[in-house]
Design a protein around this ligand. Structure first.
Ligand code: HAM
Length: 431
């Protein structure tokens, strides 16, 4: 029996790599003083319908429980985290910096890099919408990929006020922009041109379509000269200025005025990070500024955040041959070749585990050949064994499996001796 379509089992090697990446990413959030939160895997369906509308039901797992409550598996974590913020944290001094890691569920059509159950690691910054704060958040996003060891990516930054102002100039007020934003988000440019041509033609339409090729701030300057578009341009310019001060590699970050973002709650700065070599499912991270206060009938609060697609990031690392780390190394494999040897070994194993070493213990008496085979199979640094002869002489044998060196240690003082031997083997290289 296979796991359900779009879900996966993760074996021990895969889990070791996932945990290693998770830890690296976590340490970046900690360095920026983000604090971890966790919310339920399912929520009231209403939470996700409120902002996105009933159409979202097609894309999520919703169900009724035995008491007829309408629930949904979360498709993302921003709405849940904001629910938690408004219910519990809203009186706390701002800014509030939260991060999270957990599974999300979407009724997407599965393909490479796109799953029905996938993991997001993300964050929300609540109560600071200055360009300085936005730049720091983008720096954090880039640091995650640096920590992961991925170099081949680029981040695009846009501002929805610019895009919306351009559409307004073409004759489409904000109330009529939703279907256009969807076409823009999917980069369906032929469909977009057709939809726009109802109200705009010729040079005007051509001029608008050219913004899809813009990559530099200067190119935007001329199309964002007045009102909210100008404010948005100034905001973006300050974000870029701060990114330069943060030492961000300019070749990795560019302007993209046509980022629309699929989720309906964004307003203001938006950004996406792609690994171009991945093809269709290349977006590794997305985010921006938003305000979900209306959903909870609360006063407005400025928020900005992003989520990193954890599974896709792993796919990208694998494609690039970058090891996420987390190599499974057993410090020592310990076997009694004879029942009399067991008590001394068991006491030592227990102490070594308390010292943090990873030990596989053979449960019964085995022949030496079997013991050494097993030690190799589990990739142990050391094989530790003792039979009747060793027990009589009050020693155990220690074999370093990387270089074949073999020595004896006295059973008195066995723990410090093995502790030192494990440390020395770890220093002398990976197994
Ligand atoms: P999102 O762009 O919908 O944003 O998702 C963030 C990331 O999750 C994507 O860039 C992608 O890497 C990954 N992802 C999405 N769907 C799938 C899937 N079916 N399989 C694998 N990976 C997937 C959000 O979810 C927003 N909540 C981000 C945010 C936080 N905005 C503000 N704060």
């Amino acid at each position: 029996m296979q796991p359900p379509r779009g879900t996966r089992d993760f074996g021990p090697d895969e889990m070791a790599a996932r945990r290693a990446l998770e830890e690296r990413l976590r340490s970046v959030f900690r360095a920026y003083n983000y604090r971890e939160v966790q919310t339920p895997t399912f929520e009231d369906l209403e939470l996700f319908l409120a902002k996105s509308g009933p159409g979202i039901r097609e894309e999520i797992y919703d169900f009724k429980d035995k008491s007829d409550r309408e629930l949904a598996l979360r498709p993302e974590l921003t709405a849940p985290v904001m629910r938690y913020y408004f219910s519990t944290l809203k009186m706390q001094p701002k800014p509030i910096r939260l991060f999270y890691f957990g599974p999300c569920f979407r009724y997407d059509r599965p393909q490479a890099g796109r799953y029905r159950e996938f993991w997001q690691m993300g964050c929300e910054l609540i109560g600071d919408d200055t360009p300085e704060a936005h730049a720091e958040l983008v720096r954090l996003a880039l640091d995650l990929f640096e920590a992961a060891g991925l170099e081949d990516y680029h981040l695009r930054l846009g501002h929805l006020s610019i895009l919306r102002a351009l559409l307004e100039d073409l004759g489409f007020p904000v109330a009529e922009q939703a279907p256009l934003m969807r076409l823009i988000d999917k980069k369906e440019l032929d469909g977009l041109r057709k939809a726009l041509s109802v109200k705009a033609q010729g040079a005007k339409l051509d001029a608008f379509m050219r913004v899809f090729d813009y990559t530099r701030l200067e190119e935007l300057h001329d199309v964002a000269r007045t009102g909210r578009a100008k404010e948005a341009y100034d905001h973006l310019a300050r974000v870029f200025g701060n990114l330069a001060a943060f030492g961000v590699d300019a070749s990795k970050v560019r302007v993209d005025p046509t980022i629309a973002r699929g989720l309906e709650y964004y307003a203001g700065l938006v950004f996406e990070l792609d690994a171009p070599f991945l093809g269709a499912e290349k977006q590794l991270l997305g985010g921006g500024a938003y305000d979900l206060s209306g959903v909870f009938q609360q006063p407005p609060v400025a928020c900005v955040g992003f989520a990193l697609g954890f599974d896709r990031t792993l796919v990208a690392l694998e494609k690039k041959g970058v090891k996420a780390g987390g190599e499974d190394v057993v410090d020592a494999y310990v076997a009694a070749l004879d029942a009399d040897a067991r008590p001394a070994l068991l006491r030592a194993v227990h102490e070594l585990r308390r010292l943090g070493h990873r030990i596989e213990l053979e449960s019964g008496a085995v022949a030496l050949k079997k013991a050494l085979q097993r030690a190799t199979t589990v990739r142990a640094r050391l094989a530790v064994f003792a039979g009747a002869k060793e027990t009589q002489r009050g020693v155990v044998t220690v074999k370093n499996l990387a270089n074949g060196d073999q020595s004896e240690l006295a059973t008195t003082g066995l723990v410090p001796g093995l502790d030192a031997a494990i440390r020395a083997a770890a220093r002398s290289g990976p197994r």
